[in-house]
Ligand binder design. Sequence first.
Ligand SMILES: *Cc1c(COP(=O)(O)O)cnc(C)c1O
Length: 365
Amino acid sequence: MILFSNPGAQVQAHRAEIDQAIARVLDSGWYVLGREVDAFEREFAEYLGTTHAVGVNSGTDALALALRALGIGPGDQVAAPSHTAVATIAAIEMAGAEPLLIDIDPVHYTMDPVALEAAVTPRTRAVVAVHLYGQAADMDAILGIARRHGLKVVEDCAQATGGRYKGRRVGTLGDVGCFSFYPTKNLGAVGDGGAVVTGSDALAQSLRSLREYGWRGDRVSHVAGVNSRLDEIQAAILRAKLPYLDADNDRRRAIADRYGAALEGLLARPAQRPDCHHVFHLYVVRTPGRDARIAALRDEQVGAAVHYLLAAHQQPAYLSRLAGADRLLETERAVSEIMTLPIYPELSDAQVDTVIDAVRKTARV
Ligand SMILES: *Cc1c(COP(=O)(O)O)cnc(C)c1O
């Protein structure tokens, strides 16, 4: 079966350097928040072109802590798309705030700025722009709306590490950028990990405090923080892999080009925003009869999947209880038609062609 993503293949591709990184940490005798985390934070901030990166335990924590550092909490509304990993919405509630769900633009699957502006209320304090599938949201429009309504802008970059919007790396456009290093992401660890990046000294200081019990280097809790630290082993592995991220993303883009050329007319291919560097965390197409098509592809040993089967407001835990859930027509339409084809840097051209042949064959189901 050709999987839609394959973190094991990535580990094998960099196995010697990952083994060395792990051995270095084991021999150091220091395992949490140490030299590797410091060095990774510096290298990652430099890669993105910003001043601070703060390593945390996951992408979900990165979002929740970013909102808390921005002073957002109970009584506040945070706008976000319902068409996202449920983590985006969970993080807003972890910060004590209330999600305000916004519909998507059906072409790029990212937040529709017109719907955002129509939904904003006096209680809305922030917006989470999700760079879904590897492509930046419509940031000029979102930043303009945020300015007009006094909203903080949090970028959810979990699926777009290394991607760019008009020449700038995602994560450096809003007030804070939040990253996930979950193993399947474009820059993946071998466990959980995340980071918040910002150009603000004050926000960085607040995040460093919040991630460790509200301490300020003195083991005294000045605010009610949490334990959300990045392990040394994960940081060392991320340092080993970061130098390959751009090449890996270029390979993802080359695979997307190969699919794009071959699949014309067979299904709706992903649209790329002009001036954006899409890093294809996922290759998501749209097709009627989606479920039958996935079953037929699986019979051909192609592991097509769906991201996401349910929008946040359709999940049992959130079922229509979230503000905005009643006007998400494009989201609900997309959710019933989208399908993810395999894409990861180690996928060979021969495997890509196998997927293409299978899609052609199943066009008749
Ligand atoms: C993966 C993901 C997250 C959460 O990251 P974790 O590290 O799994 O907590 C948040 N938002 C989006 C869009 C994601 O894809």
